[in-house]
Ligand binder design. Structure first.
Ligand SMILES: *Cc1c(COP(=O)(O)O)cnc(C)c1O
Length: 394
C-alpha cells in the first residue's frame, strides 16, 4: 500500500523523522568519551519530563514490563504486603509482577471503566492502622480502558491516613503526554517505556526513583541482578552503564527530549488534551459509548470505543488494517472483542487525528456497522477548528 501507514495503537507510536535520523548513525563505543554528555543530557531531560528536581533516573534495555520488574524487586521483599487494583489489564498485570516475586498482593477488584477512586484508597489505608502495606501499586493511565487515576488525590489520601507506604506508579502511557508531577504528588517510583509518549521504538525501560525508594533499595534482600538499579545508578552518575546500553536508542531519546522541550511540556500536554477531545467528539457522533464512564478520568492518550452487542470489535481492527493500512488497538483481557482502542499520543497533529477518525469510520462501515459516514470527522473538525478560528473582524 502506498503512502504512510497509520499506526494509531496506544503504543508503539509514530516516530518523528528527526528522531529516526538521530538514530541512523554509527554505533559508538559505550565506554568512550561520547557517552557521558549524552547520558547527562538525557537524565536532565527525563527529570524535567517527570517533573522532578533531583530524583534518580535508571535506564534498562527492556520494555516497560522490565521497568515494572525493576520497580518491584528494588523496593519490596518476598512476604511484604502491597495494595494494588484491578481496573484493567495493565493494573492487573502490575499486581501479577509483584505476586510472582512472592509479594502478598491485596488486589482490589474494581470495574474496568474508570480509574482508582480516591475514597477506595482512603478506606483501605484507614483500615490498615498497623501500616502493613509497604507500597501502593498504581497505574496512572490504564491503557486497556482509557481511564486515568487521580494521583494527587491518592497522595492526599495517603497523607491524610499518615500512611508510610511507597507510591509506585506505572506511567508507561502517560509520561510525556499527560500531566505527571513526580515531586508535587510525592511519587516514590515512576516507571515508563520508550515507545509511547517518548515517540521512540520499544526497547528502553525508564525508572524514576525518589529518595525514600532509594533508601529502601539498600535494605531489601530480594534476589536481583540485571534489574538491580544500584549498579546502574552508580555507573550512570559517571555517564556510563554496567551493561551494554541500547546506544542508538539513547541518541533517539536525546532527540525526543529536545523535541519535547522545543514544543514545551505544557503545550505537549495541552495538545494531547485537544486531540483527545476531538476523538471523543467523533465517538459520540458515531453514537458509540466510551469505555471510561467518568469524564473527569478520560485518558487524553487513548480512547477505548465500545462496539454494539453482537459486533466483534476485532473485526473493525482487521478491516482498518486490511483496507486502509490503519492499525487500531485491540480490546485486552475481558474487553477482547468488545472495544477497539484509538491511540492518540506521541507525535500527532490535527490532520492525522482526522484521518484516523475517517479510517475508523470506513472500517466500521466495511464490516456492516451503521455509523453515519462523515459524522465523526465533522465532529472532530468542529473541536479542532476552535483553536484556529480568527477573531471576528470588528
Ligand atoms: C504499554 C504499557 C505497559 C507495558 O509495557 P511494555 O513496554 O509492553 O512492556 C505497561 N503499563 C502500561 C500502562 C502500558 O500502557
Amino acid at each position: 500500500m502506498s503512502g504512510r501507514p497509520f499506526l494509531q495503537i496506544p503504543g508503539p507510536t509514530n516516530i518523528p523523522e528527526r528522531i529516526l535520523r538521530a538514530m541512523d548513525r554509527a554505533v559508538i563505543d559505550h565506554r568512550g568519551a561520547e557517552l557521558p554528555p549524552l547520558v547527562f543530557e538525557i537524565v536532565g531531560g527525563l527529570r524535567r519530563t517527570f517533573q522532578t528536581r533531583d530524583a534518580a533516573i535508571a535506564l534498562f534495555p527492556a520494555s516497560g514490563t522490565g521497568a515494572t520488574e525493576a520497580a518491584v524487586v528494588n523496593t519490596l521483599n518476598p512476604g511484604d504486603r502491597v495494595l494494588a487494583f484491578n481496573h484493567g489489564a495493565f493494573s492487573h498485570g502490575f499486581a501479577e509482577v509483584a505476586r510472582r516475586h512472592g509479594i502478598v498482593v491485596d488486589e482490589v477488584e474494581l470495574s474496568w471503566d474508570r480509574g482508582v477512586p480516591t475514597d477506595v484508597v482512603a478506606d483501605r489505608l484507614r483500615a490498615d492502622a498497623a501500616h502493613a502495606y509497604r507500597a501502593l501499586l498504581v497505574v496512572h493511565n490504564e491503557t486497556s480502558t482509557g481511564a486515568t487515576t487521580d494521583l494527587a488525590g491518592i497522595r492526599r489520601a495517603m497523607d491524610a491516613a499518615g500512611h508510610p507506604a511507597l507510591l509506585i506508579v506505572d506511567a508507561v502511557s502517560s509520561l510525556a503526554s499527560l500531566e505527571l508531577r513526580f515531586d508535587e504528588w510525592g511519587i516514590d517510583v515512576a516507571l515508563a517505556g520508550s515507545q509511547k509518549g517518548l515517540m521512540l521504538p520499544p526497547g528502553l525501560g525508564i525508572v524514576c526513583i525518589g529518595a525514600r525508594a532509594l533508601r529502601r533499595s539498600e535494605e531489601v534482600s530480594t534476589p536481583r541482578s540485571f534489574f538491580d538499579w544500584r549498579p546502574v545508578l552508580k555507573e550512570m552518575e559517571r555517564g556510563y552503564f554496567p551493561y551494554t546500553p541500547a546506544t542508538l536508542l539513547l541518541f533517539g531519546l536525546r532527540e525526543a527530549l529536545r523535541l519535547l522541550e522545543e514544543e514545551g511540556l505544557s503545550q505537549v500536554i495541552a495538545r494531547h488534551r485537544r486531540l483527545a477531545d476531538a476523538v471523543r467528539a467523533a465517538v459520540r457522533a458515531w453514537g458509540l459509548p466510551i469505555q471510561c464512564r467518568e469524564p473527569a478520568e478520560y485518558s487524553h492518550t487513548l480512547t477505548a470505543v465500545v462496539v454494539p452487542e453482537g459486533t466483534d470489535s476485532d473485526a473493525v481492527r482487521r478491516a482498518a488494517e486490511a483496507h486502509f493500512n490503519l492499525a487500531l488497538g485491540a480490546g485486552l483481557g475481558r474487553l477482547a472483542g468488545k472495544v477497539f482502542r484509538i491511540g492518540h499520543l506521541g507525535a500527532l497533529n490535527d490532520l492525522e487525528v482526522l484521518a484516523t477518525v475517517a479510517g475508523a469510520e470506513l472500517a466500521m462501515t466495511v464490516i456492516g456497522m451503521s455509523v453515519p459516514l462523515g459524522a465523526g470527522v465533522a465532529a472532530a473538525q468542529d473541536v479542532l477548528l476552535k483553536r484556529h478560528l480568527m477573531p471576528a473582524p470588528r
